[in-house]
Design a protein around this ligand. Structure first.
Ligand code: GDP
Ligand code: GDP
Length: 437
């Protein structure tokens, strides 16, 4: 299910990243191995009263040169308008309304997107009155908060959640595989989309959906329906900032959220670079099925070992995504292109796979019998049973005598055993432990 996206916008130093970090908190406490996932976060997930959402800190975008603050906030505001369902517009109670604030206000106002103004740095009661000045910007909903003390954030989220759309996940039927292509600029995403659509027996449908779907491309091949999400997001508009890493990562966020399967496109000619890792990490965290697509395979000089070596490099770089299969192809010559959609089908099935509880428990009991949990200070974890509680991604809860006793390495062992038994190729698994004796 696509989670609604919140974007935080505001000029530098109002406290965006402070609030962002407070909102995402330790939500990623999913016990999972994630070396290499970027620390310098622009994007995270949170929840408020059982409402899950994704949140973007647009403060990562900075444009150099004259008027850089005004230009940066303008770009941030435009990005937020395009990508977010609700915008938190953050200002600083101590500073009052500044020209950069007014600039952002005007852009947001015209967009008609829901905006909630967060007046930060309301650290004490004296300053509570400072929020009234901000009503002059024209937005009705204003909440005073303090990143320093962590106050008001619940009230803020309560306002924000009110504006979430009701039908985020009902754009396409369950029989349609939603595919997003991500990757840094110039790896060949647009070429690949065109190549797929130009393939034999691909029927590009004009079942243009409702509102924003004009930028999605639905098609059908061999009886399977697909939609390539957010194709417009890949169109280059030639502005300098659009080639910056942070911008392209944020642009990909909404597409990732709306997808079932994410194709992480890598330039086979250039090889893997750090930026590829960040992009892939977001797909992983979003819990999407993933396929590595090594493009431009036509220009790679190769012998019979090249593919294997390249795959090994991918495994070394993306330790957190060993589940994702790798496809080598050329969008330009269409060499090996026919391999792609069958893999997309496979990972999509794995992503939606449901394992009956008794079958899962047989596998877990066998795993425990072969290799019992280690003892910790004389105590041993006992797994009473396991059950899969969700799909997309498959999510399994282990009910145990004491969750503290579930060690990371043992969890990884169980993860491996479950994968060995059921496949789950191309999908992350979420494993949780709960107390039940
Ligand atoms: P950003 O540039 O908008 O992301 O702002 P930061 O989150 O980096 O915060 C800028 C500065 O404001 C930092 O020094 C923060 O410690 C400080 N700050 C953030 N929230 C508060 C707050 O509620 N009260 C006060 N007094 N300072 C804050
Ligand atoms: P995007 O920015 O990721 O959408 O990348 P584009 O699709 O615009 O491609 C960037 C450049 O790579 C263009 O010059 C393409 O012609 C070229 N390109 C894309 N796919 C291939 C490929 O399979 N082989 C070769 N040799 N070049 C490619």
């Amino acid at each position: 299910m696509a989670r609604p996206v919140i974007a935080i916008v505001g000029r530098p130093n109002v406290g965006k990243s402070t609030i962002f970090n407070r909102i995402i908190g330790d939500k990623l406490a999913i016990v999972e191995d994630k070396p290499g996932v970027t620390r310098d976060r622009l994007y995270g997930r949170g929840e408020w009263l059982d409402q899950e959402f994704s949140i973007i800190d647009t403060g990562g975008i900075e444009i150099e040169g004259e008027d850089h603050i005004l230009r940066s906030v303008r770009v941030q505001a435009e990005l937020a308008i395009e990508e977010a369902d609700v915008i938190i517009f953050m200002v600083d109670a101590k500073a009052g309304v500044t020209p950069a604030d007014s600039e952002v206000a005007q852009i947001l106002f015209r967009s008609q997107k829901p905006v909630v103004v967060a007046v930060n740095k309301v650290d004490n009661l004296q300053r509570a009155d400072d929020i009234y000045e901000f009503y002059s910007m024209g937005f009705g909903e204003i909440v005073g908060i303090s990143g320093a003390h962590g106050t008001g954030i619940g009230d803020l989220l309560e306002e924000v959640v009110k504006h979430f759309p009701d039908t985020v996940d009902e754009e396409y039927g369950e029989d349609v595989i939603r595919v997003a292509l991500i990757g840094r600029p110039n790896v060949g995403k647009s070429s690949l989309v065109n190549a797929i659509l130009g393939e034999e027996r691909v029927i590009v449908s004009d079942m243009a959906g409702t509102t924003r779907d004009a930028i999605d491309t639905p098609f059908e091949k061999d009886g399977q329906k697909y939609v390539i999400i957010d194709t417009a997001g890949m169109r280059k508009r030639g502005k300098v900032y659009e080639n910056t890493e942070k911008y392209s990562v944020m642009r990909a966020m909404k597409a990732i959220e709306r997808a079932d399967v994410v194709l992480v496109v890598i330039d086979g000619e250039v090889g893997i670079i750090e930026q590829d890792k960040h992009v892939a990490g977001y797909a992983h965290e979003a819990g999407k099925a993933a396929v590595f697509v090594v493009n431009k395979w036509d220009v790679v000089e190769k012998d019979e070992k090249t593919m294997h070596q390249f795959e090994q490099k991918i495994r070394d770089h993306f330790l957190f995504m060993t589940y994702a299969p790798v496809v080598f192809l050329s969008a330009k010559t269409k060499q090996r292109l026919h391999k792609l959609l069958p893999v997309v089908n496979t990972v999509s099935e794995a992503h939606a796979m449901r394992i009956p509880t008794h079958v899962l428990n047989d596998v877990v009991s066998d795993a425990v019998a072969i290799n019992p949990p280690p003892t910790d200070k004389g105590r041993r974890m006992r797994i009473n049973y396991a059950t899969q509680v969700a799909v997309k991604p498959p999510t399994i809860i282990f009910f145990v005598n004491d969750p503290e006793l579930m060690h990371f390495s043992y969890q990884r062992y169980l993860d491996n055993k479950i994968r060995a038994a059921f496949g789950f190729e191309g999908t992350p698994l979420r494993l949780f432990t709960r107390r039940k004796s």
